[in-house]
Design a protein around this ligand. Structure first.
Ligand SMILES: Cc1ncc(COP(=O)(O)O)c(C=O)c1O
Length: 407
């Protein structure tokens, strides 16, 4: 006979887990922000702090034109259609945003979602068929991992192969194994983050493209942390490597970071793939659209970026300055042109304690631990923005020096 647990049992189990997190110093506390996102923000009960944990890489989250475009979007279209796009119609704001994204990336078409997470959950289960295989970097973002898992559940028989982080020999081994497998008879989707969100390193897209060409695989890049950041014009990781957008078969990306920071995500690539997602994607068939306010503000953010690449240049200069300063303090920070500078400290509780100390000094940079990163590899993730001035960066470096006990 089974034992049925009551809601009281559920509450006691849940409270037990929360108590354990508290006892281990791992409980996260949500900070309340008063006012808009910027290089300096106001936290409730604490006052002004310098913000080094936002993905507001270009400082567009509170740009006057971006805000105004959102307001006009709300005035023009109201809050939304209160429906799904294929049922009740699509606003021009979505059409214009999707054309803008496709043009910006240099691909045929794009389709937007309420988040990049949703875009991932649309892409893999829709485009993969039983017998296909998804080949994925072990450090890919959680939305790719869950999108792959979902593909396997919705389309039974979708296979997956995980390769060691950025290890091209291991990628080749995985692709060889598929080619040598007489039972394999499908499409290979090779997927990678452009910029890895916890490491701040960059995928070797030219090497991956060459391997995909050799083995007949599609290359999919989630460039959520590369778009707006890498390349002279901020087009992303492919531009950093001197590649055209159409040398990537499919992009996923977010509008919730450099491109306005509101929310939203997209899939971009060939018209056929996008048409298929419109026809068969479960999030496109069963879920409402990106709010028009965000569609309008995100489009404006891309236009602002496209009109003036000096923001990208300033971000690159800030990243160089900050990395040099952090390294001089004696912290191990990876050499990379990306805006993500992780400082590895070991245990989760240590990362949280250090980030609390930094916050007390006026620097807001979050400690990440298990399960976001592996046990023992907890870190403080410092994120740089074009909105930071040298004074912000100097305060960051000064506070890290104090943390090291050098002052
Ligand atoms: C690489 C990567 N992909 C996707 C996402 C999710 O983006 P969104 O917030 O639009 O769902 C993130 C967010 O942290 C990310 O780092």
């Amino acid at each position: 006979m089974s034992t049925t647990h009551t809601s009281a049992d559920f509450l006691s189990r849940t409270q037990g887990t929360l108590d354990e997190l508290t006892a281990n110093g791992q409980l996260k506390h949500l900070q309340m922000i008063e006012g808009p996102m910027g290089p300096t923000i106001t936290l409730r009960g604490r006052g002004e702090v310098d913000c080094f944990c936002s993905n507001n890489y270009l400082g567009l989250a509170n740009h006057p034109e971006v805000v105004q475009a959102g307001i006009e979007g709300l005035r023009t279209y109201g809050a939304g259609t209160a429906s799904v796009r294929f049922i009740c119609g699509t606003f021009q704001a979505h059409e214009q945003l999707e054309e803008t994204i496709a043009r910006f990336l240099g691909v045929e078409a794009s389709y937007t979602f309420v988040s990049c997470w949703t875009a991932s959950e649309a892409l893999f289960p829709t485009l993969c068929e039983p017998g296909d295989c998804i080949v994925s970097d072990e450090l890919n973002h959680a939305c790719i991992i869950d999108g792959m898992r979902l593909a396997g559940v919705i389309k039974k028989g979708v296979r997956k192969a995980i390769y060691k982080h950025s290890d091209m020999d291991n990628v080749r081994e995985k692709l060889h194994a598929l080619r040598d497998d007489p039972t394999f008879d499908g499409v290979i989707f090779l997927v990678t983050d452009g910029v890895f969100s916890m490491e701040g390193d960059i995928a070797d897209l030219p090497a991956l493209r060459a391997l995909c060409d050799e083995f007949g695989a599609l290359l999919i890049v989630d460039d959520s942390h590369g778009t707006g950041v890498l390349g002279k014009s901020g087009r992303g990781t492919h531009e950093h490597w001197g590649m055209r957008g159409d040398q990537v078969d499919l992009f996923t990306g977010t509008l919730g970071k450099a491109l306005g920071g509101g929310a939203g995500g997209y899939v971009a690539g060939s018209k056929a793939a996008i048409d298929m997602i419109v026809q068969r994607g479960r999030p496109t068939l069963f879920s409402n659209a990106l709010p028009t306010t965000v569609a309008c503000s995100a489009r404006k953010a891309i236009e602002v970026l496209d009109a003036d690449a000096s923001r990208v240049a300033k971000l690159h200069a800030n990243v160089g300055y900050a990395r040099k300063g952090i390294a001089e303090v004696g912290f191990d920070v990876l050499e990379s042109p990306t805006a993500i500078c992780p400082i590895i400290v070991g245990e989760t509780a240590t990362a949280i304690a250090m980030s609390n100390e930094l916050l007390d000094m006026g620097t807001f940079a979050i400690g990440f631990g298990y399960p976001v990163v592996p046990e023992g590899a907890a870190r403080i993730r410092v994120q740089i923005s074009a909105a930071h001035e040298t004074s912000h960066l100097d305060r960051l470096i000064g506070n890290l020096r104090k943390l090291k006990g050098q002052e």
